[in-house]
Structures are given as structure tokens and as C-alpha cells.
Write a protein of this length. Structure first.
Length: 192
């Protein structure tokens, strides 16, 4: 009985404090597109949309529910991190802190999966473009900006994935995808 009561109390505490947890996978997104993220980043065996199929398992373009028809998906994720920094001197001297002005990012995901050829074809082509990582800070107008040599940063990483798949049988297909990354990093200082 005591073990059951302890379990109920721990479960209640976990549920009470879970809404305050804002966990991420560093600067990497958990999943690509809203469907994959809603499932905790899964989608290898049964992708829910063209973006996830092309990204995670291109062979699945031939076995998903939308296999026979062209499929186009677009999503836009809003990412709003709150970042701050503080500096204090060891000798009790001047201290500064500030909140970053960079607090709104839009992360696109686009995917398309099309049959190649006539109706009943076993071939499919796909293309996906999506943001996989990124973040930045802007402390230029904050008091702490004077203490940080590079007080503005912006990192963006996009992935482009052209893909092709072939259905060997109705339940077995193979696919190939070339993942091409594009990254941009901007680092600035007060003199920029």
C-alpha cells in the first residue's frame, strides 16, 4: 500500500511540474514538421507526411497512405526562445545583464512526393526543404553588450533532400535520398 501511495504522489508531482519544462534537443529540432514533432520525432516506419517520408525514410514514399496520389506539405514552426546573459566581476566590480532582442524565429518545412510516370507506376520522386537547427542572440542595445566582444549571433541550418523510391512489391520498397545541408552563421560586434 505504501509503495502504491508513493507512486501516486510521484506521478502527481511529475504531472504538476511537467508543464514548466521547456526541453529541446539543444539547437536541433525534435522531428521535422509538426506531425513528426507531435510524435516525438518518430516517423521512420510510418511517416505521416511527405516531409517526414523524404527526410527519415524515402522508401516510405511508396508505402504511405498517400502513395498513389501526389502529396504536398508545408509547415511553418514558430520558435520563441528566451535568452539572457549576466556578467559579474570577481572583485565585486561592475556587473551587467541583459535579455536578447532575438526572440522570434520561423522555421519552414516543405515536402513533395510525386509518382513518376503513368498511373500505377512503382516509382516516386520526392523533394524536401526544411530547417533543422538554428538560434541567435542580440545584446547590442543591452548594458551587457559592452562587455561581450560578439554581442550578436545568428545560426541557420537548412537541409535539402531530393529523393527517389521504387516499390518492389506492395509491402516492400527501397529509396534513396541525398541530404544537402546549407548553413549560415553571422557573428557581429558593436562595430558591425
Amino acid at each position: 500500500m505504501k509503495l502504491k501511495t508513493t507512486g501516486i504522489i510521484l506521478t502527481a508531482l511529475g504531472l504538476a511540474f511537467s508543464s514548466h519544462v521547456s526541453a529541446t534537443n539543444g539547437v536541433n529540432l525534435i522531428g521535422i514538421g509538426p506531425n513528426s514533432r507531435a510524435l516525438g520525432g518518430t516517423g521512420l516506419a510510418q511517416p505521416q507526411d511527405a516531409v517526414t517520408a523524404v527526410f527519415a525514410n524515402p522508401a516510405a514514399m511508396c508505402i504511405s497512405e498517400a502513395c498513389g496520389a501526389p502529396q504536398f506539405d508545408f509547415s511553418l514552426t514558430t520558435f520563441m526562445p528566451r535568452t539572457s546573459a549576466s556578467i559579474s566581476m570577481a572583485n565585486g566590480g561592475m556587473a551587467a545583464s541583459g535579455d536578447s532582442a532575438s526572440d522570434l524565429y520561423f522555421i519552414p518545412a516543405l515536402g513533395i512526393s510525386l509518382p513518376i510516370g503513368e498511373e500505377g507506376t512503382r516509382w516516386r520522386a520526392g523533394f524536401a526543404l526544411y530547417g533543422i537547427s538554428g538560434l541567435g542572440v542580440d545584446y547590442e542595445k543591452e548594458p551587457i553588450g559592452a562587455f561581450i566582444p560578439f554581442n550578436f549571433t545568428e545560426l541557420q541550418i537548412m537541409k535539402i533532400a531530393p529523393s527517389i523510391a521504387y516499390s518492389i512489391t506492395p509491402d516492400f520498397s527501397v529509396g534513396l535520398s541525398a541530404h544537402i545541408n546549407y548553413a549560415s552563421l553571422e557573428i557581429g560586434s558593436p562595430a558591425r
